[in-house]
Design a binder for this molecule. Structure first.
Ligand code: PMP
Ligand code: GLN
Length: 378
């Protein structure tokens, strides 16, 4: 075959959103809010558009935004990112992830990926000839077994990808996880790709531990972020990547030729909007209210779950309701009940099926209410 990715089909997000549309189902599948962003942010976009910020931005993004973001990171995580050299604005976290992988992964390189995993990591690794080394985290706790990680590290291990808060499980890594990771990579050349797009969406007494907070991890880490997640604008496809200077130098060699730079007026608008801390520090409370509301609505349902610790996803087991495969059950839920979700097996190693579904609660209260009504009849 001439296909470089013969085993890859269409992403589950596209499939499920399409089916939701066809069957006019309530869509708690693909992760996106169904409410508008802050009008203050929209006003900033309008200003930027009318102030002539409509031509190419600099390759790495506008300097003022890079300054704002480095300052934000360094304040939150005690890091020392420099706006001149250590950050690049990207077309969403997806492009940041793809570019970081493509800048470093060569044939035969091994990359450790924890399953269930967000679906854009493995195809990028494979496209560059690398080999994903998969480690399954077990439902429902989805904890990383660090002894297994130690056993899977080899002389070929080039990169380890972590993601916290974690999509699709809603779990967050603890300080001791990052300390274990630090111990394992110390004295090696292993790089880390830390996908932290949900950094502000952490609930209850949990805390987000960024690799930026651990100098011995930060020195070898790419970290990826997304404004789509932070500001309810997944359609803007704007994010960024930070890493030490030498790593970003390689990153930018790729970035300048696969996109050169990203949307200029949105960068101007977001920079203005970020000047107010409350615009991002209140997100945790906002989404915790959504989570709590959703969970209160389905507390008497037959789903089994522990409350999501982070992200805007709730994972739940339906094993008290059905023994069908999760892909089959999810399809039936759409067609017969009018509710779209994501079957978690598609993110697992060998499609291991734990009878778990993922529900996105970044939805208007009325949408959550209508979804809960269906869930409570199952
Ligand atoms: N990583 C994770 C864990 C995600 O859930 C997503 C999608 N929301 C992305 C990366 C991609 O983010 P973006 O939409 O900014 O490309
Ligand atoms: N990140 C979103 C999710 O997990 C989907 C993004 C996409 O559709 N590629 O649902």
């Amino acid at each position: 075959s001439t296909s470089k990715l013969p085993h890859i089909g269409t992403t589950i997000f596209t499939k499920m959103s399409q089916l939701a549309h066809e069957h006019q189902a309530i869509n708690l599948s693909q992760g996106f809010p169904n409410y508008s962003p802050d009008p203050v942010l929209l006003e900033e976009v309008s200003k930027a558009l009318h102030n002539g910020k409509n031509q190419y931005a600099p390759l790495q993004g506008i300097f003022s935004l890079r300054e704002t973001l480095c300052h934000k990171l360094n304040t939150l995580y005690g890091s020392d990112y420099q706006p001149k050299t250590d950050i690049t604005l990207t077309a969403g976290a997806t492009q940041a992830i793809f570019t970081a992988i493509s800048a470093f992964i060569k044939a035969e390189d091994e990359v450790i990926v924890f399953k269930p995993a967000y679906d854009c990591y493995e195809p990028a690794i494979e496209l560059y000839g690398g080999k994903p080394v998969l480690i399954q985290m077990q439902a429902p706790s989805y904890k990383i077994d660090w002894e297994e990680v130690a056993a899977k590290i080899s002389s070929k291990t080039k990169m380890i990808i972590i993601n916290s808060p974690h999509n699709p499980s809603g779990k967050v890594l603890q300080q001791k996880d990052l300390e274990q990771l630090q111990q394992l990579v110390e004295g090696t050349n292993i790089l880390i790709l830390s996908d932290e797009v949900y950094e502000h969406l952490v609930y209850d007494d949990q805390k987000h531990y960024s690799v930026a907070h651990f100098p011995k991890l930060a020195e070898r880490s790419f970290i990826t972020y997304s404004f789509g997640k932070t500001f309810h604008v997944t359609g803007w496809k704007l994010g960024y990547c930070v890493a030490p200077k030498a790593m970003m130098k390689e990153f930018n060699k790729v970035h300048q030729y696969n996109v050169f730079c990203v949307n200029h007026p949105m960068q101007v608008a977001i920079n203005s909007y970020l000047q107010e801390e409350k615009h991002y520090m209140q997100l945790g409370d906002f989404y915790q209210q959504k989570r709590d509301y959703f969970l209160s609505l389905i507390k008497d349902s037959r789903l089994e779950l522990t409350p999501s610790e982070g992200t805007y996803f709730q994972a739940a087991s339906y094993k008290n309701i059905s023994q069908e495969k999760d892909t089959v059950f999810a399809l039936r839920l759409i067609k017969e009940k009018g509710l779209a979700t994501i079957p978690i097996s598609v993110f697992n190693k060998d499609q291991q099926d734990d009878h778990m579904l993922r529900f996105c609660f970044a939805k208007k209260d009325e949408t959550l209410k209508a979804a809960a009504k269906i869930i409570n009849t199952l």
